[in-house]
Design a protein around this ligand. Structure first.
Ligand SMILES: C[S@@+](CC[C@H](N)C(=O)[O-])C[C@H]1O[C@@H](n2cnc3c(N)ncnc32)[C@H](O)[C@@H]1O
Length: 277
């Protein structure tokens, strides 16, 4: 059986994407009710266009991704992830929606340029989109260490890195991220930028280890993905999933930690930037 399937449509996984989808459903429903006041119908259509139009506009106004990143995005979108999981071939369920994508990739790439990073650590590589995006901004002697636990995702990523002129800057560490962090800390490694994007329930442990060791350089930055967790962190607590609860706790722990200052940007599913005070 082929390992690829026809490109499935990605489900919305950001607060804005979910809102736009819900408004689209409302618009379809109100179209079945010709008796509704015209002003209400107009307002709902405007709300839907306002929400649904933002992401495409951001795409339009942001520098195009490289051919290597576009190919990686396409490869990830057409992979039969659900099939791999049911066959028990993967450690944890993976899905195409995990890929950060064009806008977030370009944002991380900009950060690497802005701070002139030479050493970057990624915790949670998946098929390598954000790793490659950041590597593209590193100087020739720059290094990106990428942690990933799933062998198949790592294989897809390594193949993509082999197709890119910047792939040689990336070193993949296959295994549990916490064990890899321990190993890197013992080897006295230190990073200018760290991107956290692995197991949400381990975010606090990653954060503490980065700060308690020299893994985060004194002037380094941590970027943390999914800190809005599809809106769950600000919606009623009793409706949260385990990941939503883990991120809500993580956000609170960071906010109370006097060693750092931080900002939560509403980019995609939430991106928190943290630095040592
Ligand atoms: C959201 S995806 C990463 C997406 C990637 N940064 C990108 O932009 O395309 C999370 C990844 O973390 C990996 N992961 C989850 N738990 C992990 C752990 N404990 N150690 C290492 N990797 C882990 C998963 O296998 C998955 O590939």
């Amino acid at each position: 059986m082929s390992s690829t399937i026809a490109k499935p449509t990605a489900r919305p996984v950001t607060p804005l994407g979910i809102l736009a989808k819900k408004l689209e459903t409302v618009v379809q429903e109100i179209n079945q009710h010709p008796d509704l006041p015209e002003s209400l119908v107009t307002q709902i259509h405007q709300a839907w266009r306002l929400a649904a139009g933002l992401d495409p506009y951001l795409e339009e106004c942001t520098t195009q991704e490289s051919p290597a990143l576009a190919a990686l995005s396409e490869k990830t979108a057409t992979e039969a992830w659900s099939e791999r999981f049911t066959q028990g071939a993967t450690v944890r369920p993976l899905e195409q929606e995990m890929l950060s994508g064009h806008i977030e990739g370009q944002t991380l790439k900009m950060f690497v340029h802005m701070i002139k990073a030479k050493k970057v650590l990624e915790i949670g590589m998946f098929t390598g989109y954000s790793a490659l995006a950041m590597a593209e901004a590193l100087p020739q002697d720059g290094v990106l260490v990428a942690c990933e636990v799933d062998p198949f995702a790592a294989e897809v990523a390594q193949a993509a890195f082999g197709e890119s002129p910047d792939g040689g800057k990336i070193r993949v560490e296959l295994g549990s991220a916490l064990e890899t962090l321990q190993k890197l800390a013992e080897a006295q490694e230190s990073f200018d930028l760290v991107f956290i994007d692995a197991d949400k329930k381990e975010y606090v442990a990653y954060f503490q280890m980065l700060l308690d060791t020299n893994l985060l350089a004194p002037t380094g930055f941590i970027c943390v993905d999914n800190t809005l967790l599809q809106g769950e962190v600000y919606l009623p607590a009793q409706e949260r999933t385990a990941n939503g609860e883990a991120i809500a706790q993580f956000n609170q722990i960071v906010a109370l930690d006097t060693r750092v200052e931080q900002v939560l940007l509403p980019l995609r599913d939430g991106l928190t930037i943290i630095r040592r005070r």
